[in-house]
Design a binder for this molecule. Structure first.
Ligand SMILES: C[S@@+](CC[C@H](N)C(=O)[O-])C[C@H]1O[C@@H](n2cnc3c(N)ncnc32)[C@H](O)[C@@H]1O
Length: 246
């Protein structure tokens, strides 16, 4: 059976979706996706940042709201492993009012980002395609690349709590979206996976539990009755142990 969390499988899925991702992302979230991205970015203070990292950056969908809130001379480093998404992102970079945008085509679990480089790490809709162990590995990477006291904000679509909303939301994701996928891509199975990942993911509560194992202060956030959820917080500053006391 196909492992849907296998990196190669996910990379190919996004390569295939890249031509219609923008439109489909807007439709699948009922047009809420851009508002949720803005909220995710508003949830942390970018004003004094020198380096901001956008993980699972796709085509750079988070960059406009970042550019609105960050100092213009900030260095934005975006990372994604899908060659097609990265290609679109590089085209978008010249349209964003930020001095320096670097797009890395890399796997987040094997990345070249320097340790303690980032003031802030953000990620829009990049969590649901990770298994529990991969989310754990993501927490380790974010802890590594953030400066002490550095902030993070991560968001993804989720399954709402209310029974009626949940029924319609899942019906929409699992039945309507594949039809839209067929219309846009001629392939219903690719977009069917969005429903599968979202149902497995449920919400960001497990992500919060995982991040709490590490040196983070973490807060869980829900958007629009739980149709999206995320975590935000900061990397704790760990006081050095007193060697002289030994
Ligand atoms: C749902 S898209 C999100 C794109 C964008 N951040 C947004 O706000 O819409 C998820 C992205 O995560 C990328 N991705 C998934 N797993 C990854 C990994 N292990 N390393 C790097 N990128 C990954 C995919 O290629 C895809 O572009």
């Amino acid at each position: 059976m196909q492992d849907i969390y296998d990196s190669k499988y996910v990379e190919e899925l996004f390569d295939k979706m890249s031509s219609s991702y923008d439109r489909m992302n807007y439709i699948t979230s009922f047009g809420f996706s851009s508002a949720w991205r803005k909220q995710c970015i508003k949830d942390i203070d970018l004003r004094n940042s020198k380096v901001i990292i956008d993980l699972m950056s796709g085509m750079g969908e988070c960059w406009k709201p970042i550019a609105k809130r960050a100092p213009q001379n900030v260095e934005l480093i975006a990372l994604d492993f899908s060659g097609e998404m990265v290609k679109h992102a590089k085209n978008r970079a010249s349209k964003i009012k930020l001095e320096k945008i670097t797009v890395l085509k890399e796997d987040v679990f094997n990345n070249s980002i320097e340790t303690e480089l980032a003031d802030c790490v953000i990620s829009g809709f990049g969590l649901k395609t990770f298994s529990h162990d991969q989310l754990d590995a993501l927490a380790i990477q974010i802890e590594r690349i953030l400066k002490p006291n550095g902030q993070f904000s991560l968001i993804d679509v989720s399954v709402p709590k209310g029974k009626v909303l949940k029924f319609f939301y899942l019906f929409y994701l699992k039945r309507v979206i594949p039809v839209l996928g067929w219309i846009f891509l001629g392939n219903p199975s690719t977009y069917k996976m969005l429903g599968v990942y979202t149902e497995n993911f449920q919400n960001s509560k497990e992500v919060k539990r995982i991040f709490e194992k590490y040196d983070f202060e973490v807060e869980y956030i829900e958007y629009f009755f739980g149709c999206a959820s995320g975590i935000k917080g900061r990397k704790l500053v760990i006081a050095p142990t007193n060697q002289a006391a030994i």
